[in-house]
Write a protein that binds this ligand. Sequence first.
Ligand SMILES: NC(=O)c1ccc[n+]([C@@H]2O[C@H](COP(=O)([O-])OP(=O)(O)OC[C@H]3O[C@@H](n4cnc5c(N)ncnc54)[C@H](O)[C@@H]3O)[C@@H](O)[C@H]2O)c1
Length: 335
Amino acid sequence: VTNRPPLAFAMYGRWDPVPLTDAQRNRLEELCEVLDWRPLGRFDDDRARTVLARAEVLFAHWGCPLLDADALALAPGLRLLAYAGGTVKQVVTPAVFEQHVLVTTAANANAKPVAEYTLAVILLANKNTFVAHELSRPGTEPGSLSLPTPGNYAKTIGIVGASNVGRRVIELLRPYDLGVIVADPYLSAADAQSLLVEKVELDDLLARADVVSLHAPALPSTEGMIGARELARMKDGATLVNTARGSLVDARALERELGSGRISAVLDVTDPDEPLPPDSPLHALPNAFVTPHIAGSNGTEVERLADFALEEIRLYVAGEPPRHPVGADDLERIA
Ligand SMILES: NC(=O)c1ccc[n+]([C@@H]2O[C@H](COP(=O)([O-])OP(=O)(O)OC[C@H]3O[C@@H](n4cnc5c(N)ncnc54)[C@H](O)[C@@H]3O)[C@@H](O)[C@H]2O)c1
């Protein structure tokens, strides 16, 4: 580690100046020699070549161009990629790990607002709030809607994925009188025990949960993991919450199941399109509550992402291990 290692920013080029508070800038300047306060929005122009030639630390954020072999060749001294965002997979390639660049992520910081949104949705869903709001409009009929007995007492919440978000939701649910069951092939029995949850198979979770909340990453193995068969296993009146990725759910099967009125859904993510296209049948359904991908960091919450990246840079400069490192082997399992 160099004394005040040279640092560059990589993110959407239109974010000029970089989206940091004055306090964050001052902290960064104490830790590093900032090569250029204007972010690199591309790695193939003269400014990028000049800045990357000296950079030891890259502070990356949404819109960071791909760090492929060509980009890495321009940055031979790069040692730390501090990603102030969630999905670092979008930015790194094998070349990053081959060059022994330490990669850190703020996914755990981005998980916080998603978990807060999810907690709020679970508590409101258990009171039938979303459907009640729709039915409060004059002339709206419940039709064949299946509504569960309302209440936040003695209900079971099914968490699919003990991910960054899933674990935070489990923690947030602790003060409530709700049981929590978790399905995750990567969750060890010891981990489930320390989380104070019951580990179950997905089929079992679907059959038992009053609210099924999805927190697994989009991977080839999770695409369409909730299809017609899985939806049919859910209890009458249960709610599906998806803040993860639309691709986890078979969209046509969900439309059919919601159309029957048997279950409800709260969806922050949809597939294939976000926001939901105007002709989607979900718009007309009182048992479908859709938000346009707002659960993750927004507005003031972006400051927290930068704080996480700053902390990783501080640890690097102090010669200490990172809090949230990402290894090449992690990529097949993480969001
Ligand atoms: N709505 C939003 O604004 C928003 C914001 C951030 C993240 N997300 C999404 O939330 C989800 C969780 O994000 P994260 O950062 O917590 O993920 P993460 O990287 O922590 O998830 C990895 C973990 O998921 C679990 N997992 C993997 N495959 C699984 C499977 N088949 N079944 C169950 N669990 C499985 C494993 O425990 C693994 O360690 C992702 O889909 C992510 O894209 C959405």
